[in-house]
Design a protein around this ligand. Sequence first.
Ligand code: CDP
Ligand code: CDP
Length: 227
Amino acid sequence: VYKNITIAIDGPASSGKSTVAKKIAKDLNLIYVDTGAMYRTLTYEALKNNVNIKDEEALLDLLSHTSITFERTDDGQRVFANEEEVTNEIRQNNVTNTVSVVSAHPRVRQEMVRRQQKMAKSNGVIMDGRDIGTVVLPNSNLKIFLVASVKERAERRHKENKQKGIFSDLEQLKRDIADRDYKDSTRETSPLKQADDAIRIDTTKLTIDEVVETIKNLINTKINHTE
Ligand code: CDP
Ligand code: CDP
């Protein structure tokens, strides 16, 4: 039943997009596409190769030589740049704090969107990012826009870091998240914005499982109405 559906999940940093999308993908046997990981991979490669992240031409050239692929695992996925694994590297702070500069370039976005739309052609896809419902998959069956307070999102990241043994300062995390929200929502090309037909879910006081259940119910309602 879920073979031909496409689901778009957008929202700001740490609103729970990837955690929730991965679970739904597993439960419903959908392909999960993490578009943020694609922008992160390009950013990581640029930093590694000393490519100026303000130089759109240079980034485009780098991107044209960089294949970005995913491989499914039991609890998520691995990310590869030209067959080299970058799953953990792309989550480093230096990438997180510069990715919004890379993702603001219109022609970089154009190429990423082209790749994402190609991935969505293979059926049954759940994709998360910032512009999935508005630009990448405007005709998706269901569009979700996840939000949560800055405080809650910073606390989630803080907890996640602690579990991984990574030091982080909560107040700094709040500032970083607010800064990325601002950059992602005010850029000229496809800013983070709720699609008119997206359903907004405030996850501030919800557990992961509650969000997953809510979205699965929406999917089932949709499917019953379209069949
Ligand atoms: O997981 P987190 O919310 O920290 O971010 P992400 O989803 O990995 O995305 C990292 C960055 O990529 C975002 O802050 C955006 O600047 C950019 N991005 C984008 O512009 N468009 C997308 N569809 C996905 C991510
Ligand atoms: O992908 P995105 O940046 O939107 O967020 P995420 O990486 O899925 O979630 C950030 C953190 O918040 C993770 O550690 C999740 O386990 C946690 N989370 C939560 O505590 N409650 C939720 N309702 C959703 C996510």
